[in-house]
Ligand binder design. Structure first.
Ligand SMILES: [Zn+2]
Length: 426
């Protein structure tokens, strides 16, 4: 290692890289030292996810490895798990020539991303070398900023959580305090080692491409704040900002293909990769996955599910409107009328199912977690009623999203990880 190729140095290392100059030669894209450069670093992480940086040459970093074909190979290595996959199988599954596969795998091995997983007997010829992904070759941080709590996870390349931190957070404490607090937690979590970057998930609405917040319900003072650039400047690593709902949905979408994970996450792929993740926590929003990729819309504003009006003369919502699903849901929960909250959520879910004809509704967030059965039953009942009315045989299923309380934070790490494997983009 240390050949100037970035990847080995992306591994967790002890010993702090000093200050914001981290960039050069550490596997982290350059740019923290100037604000213009910081924009570049952030851009590489958030919108340059399709291999535009593959020509970077020596000194290339993990993010730069993303050519489409390399991503295909990496994803097969990832899904093969520790038992690995042979070059021949890689060629068969990707449709690439054996020569192309050999070139890609040689590069991945040189960069520490792939390693030999042993040899496997083959019919006739000599035993085939089997390759596997090296999960610890890179890490990403997933940061969930909720209105009152922060969760940060450190994930390896497979998305597995290797470390976690939680802390109270006051999203209304002002940008400086929140950025400083969040950066401190990230630093404590990474213990000075280099990471691929930090994925940040928080309540929307926001501009995912620019990493700029809009008017978060209940916290209008965040409107226009460039959170991504503020964190890039403070941490010196690439940062991607997205809505909590999109992050959680991405986490589920990627998890669907993970080996040995036939649980709730597997359903996303099993049903064709289109689902809605409804997050009811301190607010209400939706993450939409259509055809395996997160649907963010033209201005990355899709999924503002909570502020659809379903009662014209209803109670005033934090957004300024009346009778939004969010305010009706949260007020019912506050009164202890969980079944009513579930029916209201079901009405919103039924609207979504009718609009998008999705395959599955997943429920998450801490309010759901506190009353899982009631919400799954209540939302399911509304969807069944709807299916009956329309003469559809089987209603769209409703389940609790996998990932639990960490689902959003784990999904936030996937904002950095998933593009390496060509996953999660619509
Ligand atoms: Zn509202």
């Amino acid at each position: 290692m240390g050949s100037g190729v970035g990847v080995p140095e992306v591994r967790r290392q002890q010993g702090r890289e000093s200050g914001p100059g981290v960039a050069a030669g550490t596997g982290v894209p350059t740019g923290a030292s100037t604000s213009a450069g910081a924009g570049v670093a952030a851009g590489a992480a958030s919108s340059g996810l399709r291999g535009r940086h593959a020509e970077a040459g020596p000194g290339v970093n993990l993010l730069a490895l993303r050519s489409h074909n390399a991503a295909l190979v990496l994803d097969l290595l990832r899904t093969a798990g520790p038992s690995g996959i042979s070059r021949l199988e890689l060629a068969e599954r990707t449709g690439l020539t054996p020569q192309a596969v050999s070139k890609i795998t040689a590069r991945l091995r040189a960069d520490g991303l792939a390693a030999e997983a042993g040899r496997r007997a083959s019919t006739g010829g000599k035993p085939r070398t089997v390759l596997r992904l090296v999960p610890e070759a890179g890490h990403a941080v997933g940061l969930h900023l909720d209105r009152d709590e922060l969760t940060a996870v450190l994930c390896d390349l497979t998305g597995a959580v290797v470390d976690e931190r939680r802390a109270p957070l006051d999203l209304g404490a002002g940008a400086e305090a929140v950025v400083e607090g969040a950066a401190g937690e990230v630093e404590a979590l990474t213990a000075g080692s280099s990471v691929l970057g930090v994925g940040v998930a928080l309540p929307g609405p926001l501009d995912h491409v620019r990493g700029v917040l809009h008017r978060v319900t209940g916290f209008p003072e965040w409107d226009g704040f460039p959170l991504r650039d503020a964190l890039v400047g403070r941490l010196g690593t690439p940062v991607v900002v997205d809505k909590d709902t999109n992050a959680a949905a991405l986490g589920v979408a990627v998890r669907g293909g993970a080996p040995g994970d036939a649980g709730a996450g597997g359903v996303a792929e099993a049903v064709g990769g289109s689902f809605a993740y409804l997050h009811l926590g301190t607010g209400l929003g939706a993450g939409l996955v259509i055809g395996g990729g997160v649907h963010r819309g033209a201005r990355t504003g899709a999924g503002e599910f909570g502020h659809q009006v379903i009662q014209l003369d209803g109670p005033v919502c934090g957004c300024g409107n009346r009778g939004c699903v969010e305010v009706l849901c949260l007020e019912a929960v506050r009164r202890g009328a969980v079944d009513e909250a579930a029916r209201v959520l079901g009405a919103g879910a039924a609207n979504l199912v009718g609009l998008l004809d999705i395959d599955l509704v997943l429920l998450g967030g801490r309010t759901v977690a506190a009353h899982q059965e009631a919400f799954v039953r209540g939302v399911g009942a509304v969807l069944e009623e709807r299916a009956r009315r329309e003469g559809v045989d089987v209603a769209v299923p409703v389940r609790v999203a996998p990932g639990g309380a960490r689902g959003v934070a784990e999904g936030a790490a996937q904002l950095l990880l998933a593009p390496l494997f060509g996953r999660g983009e619509g």
